[in-house]
Ligand binder design. Structure first.
Ligand code: ADP
Ligand code: XUL
Length: 532
């Protein structure tokens, strides 16, 4: 019974551009949502899209203390809205994947002794050995990636152990860079957290363990054993096992909320905290996919992923531990040039309005008369290339497109790359495949139509675009019920996704041919401009 005093379950998402929170009742109905946006709510940090892009174009960081202050702001917003903290039975959350936090020696004591009269910000100012956290957009660790693959034996061997070959943003390589370039800071680090476990630590007032699903994005975890790989740890930095702490299944209850949060906001003393995980694993939980569904998440990054029973790691893409069923896995592809690239084109070609952007999309034919654009504003992941490349219907490279052609080219180019790389990984995408769309841009009908056309399958959405936070609220409930009942049982009451776009009749013909051209053009661009 979801009466006035019934339990609530809360999910947080510490994403690239904001922290979002939502609360659900026992019937899984969302009763409250709130967010703090980093660029606009905390302008003093001068972030762009939540990040600092450094001059070398490879290094991308976010001040760790920004996330701390953002949580202060968010909890105060909830309080100002009279949020019923006392009804919260359990919380969980997610974080942008791969980003890392370096707690200074003595920080654990600070965390466990927080004074309820003061904010997190006032008390954790000096808690970090590295003040700027490397985040998933970073591409500055190519040297460390090569070192790791060499030390482990080969890219294939590393992929076989950890689910991925070495990737610049993966945390082991980021830690190796810090160890090599800031050895004093490394020495002075008591604990290394992921963004997710860092956030959970703020809630329990102690270091929270890393969960196996988000931990799979580090190039350090043996994804089958669900424990750190000694070989990978040793290849990255000394004493790493101790600095990382234990790995736990994502469904593990890692503590109860701290007495600090109980006193300051009124959470009940027995409010459980379930391990926080990565934002993509969180979204997988939030969308409760059926066998065969492909998920396309259109956030700051675009990701394509699915539930997997057996891991078959390859040199492209990633295999992570599954966040809701410990014996299973998930496969994922991540594309760095997602929403921020679409936003740039919208600002330059559509007067900053999504409405005009959509009208331009509608005014141009599917297939864009053969024009193809590849837009890598920041170094892409597959392929490792930066730059903008436009080709006309004859495959000739051109310097510009008319505005509306450019708008269609960015969306079609992105969707074709998602399809081509998903096919490389063996994703079986056919007319019967349900494509579940989520993330900020999934509210855009025009973009959803292009996805349906390029993937040649129906695209479904749920009424909550914020699937990562929602998934974590579901996970909080699942673990409160013991975690042993199937997750599907917990989410059986959640509303079914609705079909938002179906492919046009001639889309298959147009895009099957065009995806082949896209594949050739991208390979050519990679040969000429690739950074490996
Ligand atoms: P993250 O979780 O990575 O912080 P979100 O999933 O919240 O990101 O998505 C944020 C992005 O959504 C913004 O950068 C913005 O470009 C995009 N977005 C929001 N509304 C629209 C829209 N109507 N059309 C296209 N993109 C949109
Ligand atoms: C996934 C990835 C991004 C981040 C930020 O591998 O790097 O999707 O999780 O959303």
């Amino acid at each position: 019974m979801a009466g006035e005093a019934a339990n609530l379950y809360v999910g947080f998402d510490f994403s690239t551009q904001q922290i979002k929170v939502l609360a659900i009742d026992e019937d899984l109905k969302v009763i409250h949502e709130e967010a703090v946006r980093f660029d606009s709510d905390l302008p003093q940090y001068k972030t762009h899209g939540g990040a600092h892009i450094h001059d070398d174009q490879g290094t991308v960081t976010t001040p760790t203390i920004l996330w701390v202050e953002a949580l202060d702001l968010l909890l105060n917003k909830l309080k100002a809205a009279n949020f019923p903290f006392q009804r919260v039975a359990a919380i969980s959350g997610s974080g942008q994947q791969h980003g890392s936090v370096y707690w200074k020696q003595g920080a654990r004591q600070k965390l466990s002794g927080l004074q309820p009269t003061k904010s997190f910000l006032e008390q954790l100012q000096d808690a970090f050995a590295v003040p700027d956290s490397p985040i998933w957009m970073d591409a500055s660790t190519t040297a460390q990636c090569k070192q790791l693959e060499n030390k482990v034996g080969s890219a294939e061997k590393l992929a076989d152990i950890t689910g991925s070959r070495a990737y610049e943003r993966f945390t082991g390589n980021q830690i190796a860079k810090i160890y090599q370039q800031k050895s004093d800071a490394y020495k002075n680090t008591e604990r290394i957290s992921l963004v997710s476990s860092f956030a959970a630590s703020l809630f329990i007032g102690d270091y929270a363990p890393i969960d196996d699903s988000d931990g799979s994005g580090m190039n350090l975890l043996d994804i089958r054993k669900r424990d750190w790989s000694e070989l990978c740890l040793d290849a990255c930095a000394p004493g790493l096992r101790e600095k990382l702490g234990a790995v736990v299944p994502s469904k593990q209850i890692v503590g109860t909320v701290s007495s600090y949060l109980t006193s300051r906001f009124g959470f009940p003393q027995d409010c459980k905290v379930v391990a926080f995980t990565g934002d993509n694993p969180g979204s997988l939980a939030g969308l409760a996919p059926k066998q065969g569904d492909v998920i396309v998440s259109l956030g700051t990054s675009d990701t394509v992923f699915l539930w997997l029973e057996t891991p078959k790691p390859q040199l492209e893409g990633h295999i992570f531990a599954n966040p809701v069923l410990t014996s299973d896995y998930m496969a994922l592809l991540c594309f760095k040039n997602g929403s921020l690239t679409r936003e740039r084109i919208r600002n330059e070609k559509s007067g900053g309005s999504w409405e005009s952007f959509d009208q331009q999309l509608e005014s141009t034919p599917i297939g864009n008369n053969g024009n193809i654009g590849i837009y890598f504003d920041v170094t892409e992941i597959q392929p490792l290339v930066m730059g903008v490349f436009r080709f006309d219907q004859n495959g000739q490279q051109v310097d510009s497109f008319p505005d509306a052609v450019e708008v269609r080219a960015v969306v079609e180019g992105q969707c074709m790359s998602r399809r081509v790389h998903a096919e490389n990984l063996g994703f079986d995408i056919g007319p019967k495949t349900r494509v579940l769309a989520t993330g900020g841009a999934s509210s855009n009908k025009g973009i959803l139509q292009v996805i349906a056309d390029v993937f040649n399958g129906p695209v479904y959405i749920t009424d909550v675009a914020n699937s990562a936070a929602l998934g974590c609220a579901y996970r909080a409930k699942h673990s409160t019920l013991g975690g042993d009942i199937p997750f599907s049982k917990v989410v059986e009451k959640c509303s079914e996704p609705v079909c938002a776009a179906r492919p046009n009749a001639d889309a298959d013909k147009v895009y099957t041919a065009m995806c082949q051209r896209y594949r050739q053009l991208e390979t050519m661009v990679e040969k000429k401009h690739g950074q490996t």
